[in-house]
Write a new protein. Sequence first.
Length: 264
Amino acid sequence: MTEIENSSKPFYIWEGIYDLWQDAERNACGLGFGGKVYHQRSLKAAQECFDSFGAGDPIPQFHKQRSTLLPITVAMLFRENECIKILDFGGGFGIGYMTLQESIATDMAAIDYTIVEVPEIIESASKLHSGKVKYQSSLPISEKFNLVHAASSLQYIEHWGQLLTDLAAYESEYILLSDVFAGTNPTFVSLQNYYESKIPHWFLNFQELIDFLDSVGYKLIMKSYAGSRRLNFDDTLPMDNFPDQYRVKQTLHLLLQKKSVCKS
């Protein structure tokens, strides 16, 4: 195949339909989110947010699109709590924290914010926030949180049910799952193309996900569609290369409340 023919080949973010994570993993390649490209792009995005906030300008919407419901949820928690402890699973370079700084600046001193990330991210990210954000490479043990947040991360966890079970064990009043890839589709795994990498990626059945969360003690109280831009597609996932029953139209923001505190 010539270079011209190769360059005209359509690019798809996701390719392949697998029932099992292990089957997709056998066809995965590259460093993915452990590579330099992801690290450099994420650091650049965080620095742009940090610079905008420092200059008194709005944080670019493209960067904070996965954290739009976080300030509202935290503000709601402040109605009954003087201090808020937040666990942000897969919080990267702290854009969620910066979104809070932009929105509820007067209450930031009363927020205890912990991000769980891989060591490669922690080394760079922790320098951005001057110690205001705690970073850990594994889930904290024997702690309680008012809010657990996971933005655009569930799809990359092989045993996503075990992760949700572990997060539910913190007994936070709310769990906020942002940018969730779930719809009427059957649950399946695909491969995400990311530069030189192919990364396993879940597409979950929405009802299966909600039923599982109910089984670990959390009730869905709010669902909204997530705004996003991917391959110049606004708010719609570019999945035309998949059969209709496997397409997910939009990602979701899901807010869940611990059932023991839900009002009947």
